[in-house]
Design a binder for this molecule. Structure first.
Ligand code: ARG
Length: 398
């Protein structure tokens, strides 16, 4: 009897030809799993394509709510960005996909999992390490890592084998998309000096004029966004709405060269209007309600958190602890942030919270000032002692 294999299926060229290739090269029965994380693909169409190409079974899993709750929001609370920029949209989706695949494999008694990642990217690491951390007995097969075919050769293979594919030779970009962001690579972007063409953008297509602007208000509860302009909204609706408002001003584009885990640099473009706005708003609300020591220490946690996500180390003891720290830090991150959205630009113009520890009577320079200046001199005297003593001993650090 053939062994069972679970394939992470996207409906794209790579995973479609992989169905055929897997069956040719291993004695396997393929179950295709399509996971909906808010990507725009026609999953019904992909579902049919999987079955037409030879999968014995196919499933569409709507994982959007879980993605938001367990992956997007924790990253937002951690203000997660790899190398201070990339909002990690692709990276946070991988551990969830790995988890769903492992759950499926266990349920279906499958001994193998296959995915369509190439040997050059970060995603293969995230899938492999994620799967092995959850179930080390499952064998992982990555056809694209074994089978060296160019895109043209793949198309040829598909045509020769009567595989119904859904590509035009023109789509030169590699795009990964989910609710949190859109990642774009390849084509002329492979030259870090060449300017991205306007055609690559989808979420941030500019429909506004240079003089247009609007104010928006985002409400947060314990670090999670819950309302937009005073209206309570479900999380997917809020993200989509924000994407369309901010996107129309051309907000949310990032163009960067990043360090991949496997040692090479790559140039990538990201589009994430909602994520950019939410990350900035969240950070600004934290600045109002968190005390200095927690805020500063959290920066260190955030960098480590981001690196762990990027490196595919989601299901690990350290990640669990970092996650707990981040979650605990959000107890008072409740309030609202107002932003001005302008042509290719946005800025926070106000923040408020019932837990604000901003004290007007201490901060003000007007007549209501309650700050007692006599304490400052003594405080500074003691604060500066170590350096005064050094100077007296002739050890000035100029
Ligand atoms: N560089 C990003 C990461 O490693 C995105 C990878 C997927 N990008 C793509 N355009 N297919 O998370």
């Amino acid at each position: 009897m053939s062994e069972k294999l679970i394939l992470a299926y996207s409906g794209g060229l790579d995973t479609t030809v992989a169905i055929k290739w897997l069956k040719e090269n291993y004695d396997v029965d393929v179950t295709a799993v399509l996971i909906d994380l808010g990507q725009p693909d026609n999953l019904q169409d992909a579902y049919m394509r999987a079955l037409d190409t030879g999968a014995s079974k196919a499933f569409i899993i709507d994982a959007k709510d879980q993605f938001i709750k367990d992956y997007i929001f924790p990253s937002l609370k951690a203000n997660a960005r790899y190398e201070k920029k990339y909002i990690l949209a692709t990276a946070i989706a991988r551990p969830l996909i790995a988890k769903i695949l492992v759950d499926f494999a266990e349920k279906e008694n499958a001994s193998m999992i296959a995915h369509g990642c190439t040997a050059k990217g970060n995603d293969q690491v995230r899938f492999d390490v994620g799967i092995r951390s959850l179930n080390p007995d499952i064998k992982i097969i990555a056809p694209m890592r074994i089978w060296k075919l160019s895109r043209e050769e793949e198309i040829e293979y598909a045509l020769k084998n009567n595989i119904r594919i859904n590509v035009t030779k023109k789509s030169i970009y590699s795009i990964d998309e989910n609710l949190w962001g859109r990642s774009i690579e390849c084509g002329n972007l492979e030259d870090p000096w060449s300017e991205p063409l306007e055609e690559i953008y989808k979420w941030s297509k500019i429909t506004k004029n240079e003089k247009d602007e609007e104010d928006i208000e985002i409400g947060f509860e314990k670090g999670e966004p819950v309302s937009l302009n005073g209206e309570m909204m479900s999380s997917p609706d809020l993200i989509l709405k924000l994407n369309s408002i901010a996107g129309s001003y051309g907000i949310g584009r990032t163009d960067m060269v990043e360090n991949r885990l496997i040692g090479i640099k790559s140039r990538e473009i990201y589009e994430a209007p909602a994520a950019e706005i939410l990350l900035e708003s969240h950070r600004q609300l934290e600045s109002l309600v968190l005390d200095r020591e927690l805020l500063h220490y959290k920066y260190l946690i955030e960098d480590k958190f981001s690196e762990m996500v990027y490196y595919g180390l989601w299901f690990t003891p350290l990640m669990k602890c970092l996650m707990k720290f981040v979650e605990e830090s959000q107890e008072y991150v409740t309030g609202a942030v107002r932003l001005k959205i302008q042509y290719k630009n946005f800025s926070v113009t106000g923040r408020k919270s019932e837990y604000s520890i901003y004290d007007y009577s201490l901060a003000t320079y007007d007549k209501n000032d309650l700050f007692d200046p006599k304490f400052s001199e003594s405080f500074i005297k003691i604060w500066g002692y170590p350096y005064e003593i050094l100077a007296k001993k002739g050890r000035k650090n100029e």
